[in-house]
Ligand binder design. Structure first.
Ligand code: PLP
Length: 459
């Protein structure tokens, strides 16, 4: 039997993980109010909550960290970081931020007024919350296929161009301070966006003089998918593709905790110097001086090396195969897996796996809870707990477009046998799927409720 993939690294440092008993896990979940964000990481055996900041850094990144220059202004580490962003992403100006949402905050506080609208293929939760906090409207205009867990298309992360054109026309350019595009589309199962779509979105924004910012957290994985799937790009390198993709934008927000393979950090990049100065004003108040932006010099060093490693093709080939392998394992276990697999995670359709639980009882949360009980595996719901809303007129429950559970894969952390173990836990869950109950919210905040909401089983 051909082996599905082999890790292009060997292990130099290990971190022990501990298995709990089923009885302990039931109690731990109860103590966490059935919200997996409330479970101590020590009590998780395989942690697939997120791929954000959970990456294993390389020996080169760790040794670069020792060379961190911690000067307040003009640190050498900033120079290395800036050079890496210029070389890999092609933006001349870059401002470090503590993470991606810091970059979003600075961008929106500079350009967006209350009452205005920002289009995107699909806003990530922090992007959406940053706009809502300013009284602005995040508008999602992804292609319909993004919400279809089964249709086999290469670029289900795309923006729907007709919807975008209509949106610009009806909303009016004066009410659209900037336009965005998220690559890959995290809130749509990590699906990639094609180069053709990026080009067309860019042309449409340009035609209307709308500044275009990419949410570039997973730009390397998106470039990899373009090389693998888009005619005309088979022979182009991932680095060339990344530069072309980003060349269509005026700037980007970035969470370095994703494709820069670090544990903390982010940045806001742009082409226009005047804009950079306007961003800097906000940055100094909220994040830090423009050459450190809330990060240590050593963090900037790790990002600089990580941008190179995250765009390495042997690494990206492994990354995609690793993710696809988990999808196959979960499908074999009997879960309804979203296809095709995206870059950073496998998404399971909880509505289809647990058809007896209605959206208002959060089938994704129920599935994630059950998986934790079965095997100490932590995943996250991306469904109605995260994205449902209320009808402003009637207060009626409006469910999320999909009830998904995300199995996010930390970069370079888990081996193939770890993924096989997750498959075993999933099979145990699938065998008793019809006994799994739904949940109700007992307390939740207004914004980003999924992080700290408290839940309990319905009777
Ligand atoms: C993670 C993420 C963000 C926010 O980044 P943080 O570093 O978590 O603040 C924004 N957009 C997308 C698509 C993301 O995946």
């Amino acid at each position: 039997m051909p082996i599905p993939f082999v890790e292009p690294f060997r292990i130099k440092v290990v971190e022990p993980i501990r298995q709990t008993t089923r009885q302990e896990r039931v109690q731990i979940l109860q103590d966490a109010h059935h919200n997996l964000f409330g479970v101590p990481a020590e009590d998780v055996f395989i942690d697939l909550l997120t791929d954000s900041g959970t990456n294993a850094m390389s020996d080169r990144q760790w040794s670069a960290m020792m060379q961190g220059d911690e000067a307040y202004a003009g640190a050498r580490s900033f120079g290395r970081f800036e050079q890496a962003v210029q070389e890999i992403m092609g933006f001349p100006h870059v401002l470090p931020t503590h993470q991606g949402r810091g970059a979003e905050g600075v961008l929106f506080q500079t350009l967006v007024q209350a009452g205005q609208s920002v289009p995107n293929n699909r806003h990530f939760d922090t992007t959406q919350a940053n706009l809502l906090a300013l009284g602005a409207h995040p508008v999602d205009l992804a292609v319909d296929a993004a919400s279809d867990p089964q249709v086999q298309l290469p670029f289900k992360g795309n923006m729907d161009l007709d919807k975008l054109a209509r949106f610009i026309e009806t909303t009016g350019v004066e009410n659209i301070p900037l336009g965005m595009l998220t690559i890959t589309n995290n809130s749509a199962a990590g699906q990639p966006v094609s180069m053709e779509n990026i080009r067309q979105v860019s042309a449409l924004y340009r035609e209307h003089h709308i500044p275009f910012f990419m949410d570039a957290c997973r730009f390397a994985e998106n470039a990899w998918f373009i090389q693998q799937r888009e005619p005309g790009y088979e022979e182009r390198s991932v680095r060339e593709i990344a530069l072309e993709m980003l060349s269509y934008a005026d700037g980007c927000t970035m969470s370095a905790k994703k494709d820069a393979i670090v544990n903390i950090g982010g940045f806001l990049a742009c082409r226009d110097e005047t804009l950079k100065l306007r961003f800097s004003e906000k940055l100094i108040v909220r994040e830090g001086f423009p050459t450190y932006g809330g990060l240590a010099g050593r963090d900037l060093e790790a990002i600089a090396v990580g941008l190179h490693e995250g765009t390495d093709e042997a690494y990206l080939a492994y990354r995609e195969s690793h993710t696809r392998y988990l999808a196959d394992v979960l499908a074999q276990a009997g879960l309804a897996v979203y296809r095709p697999t995206g870059g950073h995670a496998v998404y399971v359709d909880a509505a289809q796996t647990l058809p007896h639980i209605p959206p208002e009882q959060f089938p994704g949360v129920a599935l994630a809870n059950a998986l934790y009980v079965e095997g100490g595996v932590r995943t996250v719901e991306i469904g109605s707990l995260m994205f449902s809303s209320e009808d402003p007129a009637t207060g009626a429950f409006i469910p999320a477009p999909n009830e998904l559970v995300r199995f996010a894969i930390p970069r370079r952390v888990y081996t193939r046998s770890h993924l096989d173990y997750v498959g075993e836990a999933a099979a145990a869950l699938a065998a008793k799927a019809e006994q799994i109950r739904g949940l109700k919210i007992t307390w939740a905040p207004e914004l980003l409720k999924h992080f700290i909401a408290r839940l309990d089983w319905v009777a």
